[in-house]
Design a protein around this ligand. Structure first.
Ligand SMILES: *Cc1c(COP(=O)(O)O)cnc(C)c1O
Length: 354
């Protein structure tokens, strides 16, 4: 690989006092890496954040050959910059790449470039409690042609966006609608890849749920609409009669890094997590028998998102008041403390910027 080139912006933006809506403000610089068949990945550069020229025939615009990641950089009280399991995000990017016929990246090299980018932009990392710098790596097919086959050219970008605290007033339970008409993914499809197409498939259901006052949908399996899969941008956990359950990774569920972290943290606390099939009927039955103790989503954005109301068809399941001794609450406290450097990292998940 060639050496990373850094072109500094000559007109730095004003940093906002308050970060606005999620993902609306971007820093001064971005990372770009090109790919061309025969040449491989080349031309790594950190350059001013700017609009790009796109050929109207670019493959990504027509057939959606693209993948992305989402992760965060946190600033500790001592001013250290920390990433949470960043290598796992880029390993997952490579797994998504395989499914979408996109060439593999050199994870170590791209991680090095990310560190340099964050170092350059470190003043953009907000410091207020719960805030962070959201990191969006993505790869798009850039060859200009209308035939249907994998592109011969790609671009990898990393852009950065300061984001506010997800829960400025403490953990807040969300209202979730169990989707009983649309499906997100099927086994053998794209469900386990982090690709734009899965989000395109999800928009209509999410829009209808929002118009009914829900914040997200809970997806059921794409064949029988029977087994629980995941929430819009989160994996899902239940606690039923003491048993902690999350749907097993079956090919149509996104393998969340927060999901994996939650399983490992719970195990370290001596609790078992059963990764298995769980039908929506089992959840409803548990609720009816007053055995549904907790339900919560897991994902980078919110870390832990307790479910307050789960509605399936006409059945409105209101979960008990979210107690501070709930598993969801303990997990949230523990993982966010790790991320902000307030907890001893026995898992080796934290990567500090040198
Ligand atoms: C990114 C994502 C998640 C959560 O993954 P994390 O690695 O925990 O952030 C869950 N579901 C979907 C569909 C996603 O795209």
């Amino acid at each position: 690989m060639q050496e990373l080139k850094i072109i500094k912006s000559t007109t730095l933006k004003d940093k906002p006092e308050q970060v606005g809506d999620f993902g609306t403000i971007f820093t001064d610089h971005m990372f770009v890496l090109d790919y061309e068949e025969g040449k491989g990945w080349h031309n790594p550069v950190i350059e001013p954040y700017q609009p790009m020229l796109v050929d109207p025939a670019s493959a990504i615009l027509h057939y959606g050959q693209g993948i992305f990641e989402g992760m965060k950089a946190y600033k500790t009280n001592d001013g250290l910059v920390q990433l949470f399991r960043p290598r796992d995000n880029f390993l997952r990017l490579n797994r998504s790449a395989e499914r979408l016929c996109i060439p593999q990246i050199d994870v170590d090299f791209v991680l090095e470039c990310l560190n340099k980018l964050i170092e350059l932009e470190s003043e953009w990392i907000p410091t207020k409690e719960g805030t962070s710098l959201y990191i969006r790596p993505y790869i798009v097919a850039t060859e200009s042609f209308l035939g249907v086959r994998p592109s011969h050219k790609y671009k990898l970008f990393i852009i950065l966006s300061p984001v506010g605290a997800y829960y400025p007033e403490g953990l807040k339970p969300v209202k979730i609608l169990v989707e009983d008409k649309f499906v997100r993914a099927v086994a053998g499809g794209l469900g386990e890849a982090k690709t734009m197409a899965n989000y395109a498939a999800s928009l209509l259901a999410a829009q209808e749920a929002k118009s009914k006052g829900f914040s997200q949908v809970l997806w059921l399996d794409g064949v029988n609409l029977k087994y629980v899969e995941e929430v819009g941008t989160m994996n899902i956990f239940f606690k039923i009669n003491g048993e902690i359950i999350t749907p097993a990774l079956n090919g149509s569920i996104l393998p969340g890094i927060t999901r994996d972290s939650v399983i490992k943290v719970l195990k370290s606390w001596g609790l078992t997590v059963n990764e298995r099939k769980i039908s929506i009927d089992e959840v409803v039955e548990a609720f009816d028998n007053e055995l549904l103790e907790e339900a919560f989503g897991t994902g980078t954005a919110a870390v832990i998102s307790p479910v307050g109301i789960l509605q399936y068809k006409d059945k409105k399941m209101e979960l008990k008041d979210f107690e501070s001794d709930s598993i969801a609450h303990k997990l949230y406290d523990f993982i966010t403390k790790l991320q902000y450097g307030k907890e001893n990292d026995t898992f080796d998940w934290i990567k500090s910027l040198s």
